[in-house]
Design a protein around this ligand. Structure first.
Ligand SMILES: O=C(O)CCC(=O)C(=O)O
Ligand SMILES: [Fe+2]
Length: 272
């Protein structure tokens, strides 16, 4: 037998999909972790509204627009984010939903964003639109990927869109000239036929390259969108504005690295 490979089983397929599509879409690797996150988010949201925790979590989140106005939404969203990030288990649970996929496309010695984010989009809410962007344009390193985890079924405008790599690179390649003096809306108009709307049912997770243009529009579906996002990168890959220790924290440092960081070359030769 001579079919030896360097990468672990499955890594080649994950790499090919990521490079071709700009993302990996798969079932959550740990369903219990996802469920725990979703239940806690719903509990915190109910608490922020002063109502009882729901029996049917999915129905409560999808129907959230019946409980909250656009004006109240940000207060509730911030309370849920605070509450989630205060849970000592939250980041490990979040990572557990896509551990192998992230190991496959990023590496196994990782830094993770210190806080998980939550976005809630009520139907027709114009105020929570995130215009077309790539995170690298505003201080993220191209080595960062986003793990995007919906807490409800996300599809069409209840989801986010992502530009496929080949089309994205063609547009970013001459963006300065082609879009001189243009608005974000002009840019979206130019790419809207080419973007792919991410169809991510609850129970699935998305790992995407934030170097590709992405964003969302007003949610024209009849249900509220709930999704979380958090960034990961290879621990020793270059950092941009989002620094290790401030924005990122090592999560899977290995023993050889720990030993290396603590090592000092032999001392005591000063008097020679
Ligand atoms: O959730 C969205 O609609 C966009 C998310 C995004 O821009 C990001 O996670 O970088
Ligand atoms: Fe983004």
């Amino acid at each position: 037998m001579t079919d030896f490979t360097f990468l672990e089983p499955g890594a080649d397929g994950a790499a090919a999909a990521f490079l071709e599509n700009g993302y990996i879409l798969q079932s959550a690797e740990n369903g219990d972790a996802l469920e725990a996150i979703r239940n806690r988010a719903a509990e915190l949201a109910a608490e922020a509204l002063g109502i009882d925790a729901p029996n049917d979590t999915g129905a409560f989140l999808n129907g959230f627009h019946e409980h909250v106005s656009v004006d109240e939404l940000n207060r509730v969203r911030l309370a849920v984010i605070e509450g989630l990030n205060a849970e000592p288990w939250i980041r490990a649970a979040y990572f557990a939903t896509a551990r192998s996929a992230i190991f496959s496309v990023v590496g196994n010695e990782l830094a993770m964003q210190r806080r998980v984010n939550l976005s809630i989009q009520l139907p027709d809410d114009q105020s929570s639109i995130l215009p077309v962007h790539a995170d690298v344009w505003s201080g993220d390193s191209p080595y960062e990927i986003v793990l995007w985890v919906p807490l409800v079924d996300c599809y069409k405008t209840k989801s986010m869109y992502l530009m496929p790599p080949n089309k994205d690179r063609a547009v970013q390649g001459n963006m300065g000239e082609d879009f001189k003096g243009s608005s974000e809306e002009d840019l979206f108009d130019a790419i809207k036929e080419d973007v792919e709307w991410m169809n991510v049912p609850y129970g699935h997770v998305l790992v995407f390259s934030q170097t590709l243009m992405h964003g969302n529009r007003a949610n024209e579906e009849s249900e509220t969108r709930w999704s979380m996002n958090c960034r990961f990168k290879s621990l020793f890959s270059p950092y941009a504005d989002k620094r290790l220790g401030e924005f990122f924290e090592p999560i899977t440092m290995r023993a050889a690295t720990e030993m290396a960081l603590a090592y000092d070359l032999p001392k005591g030769f000063d008097n020679e």
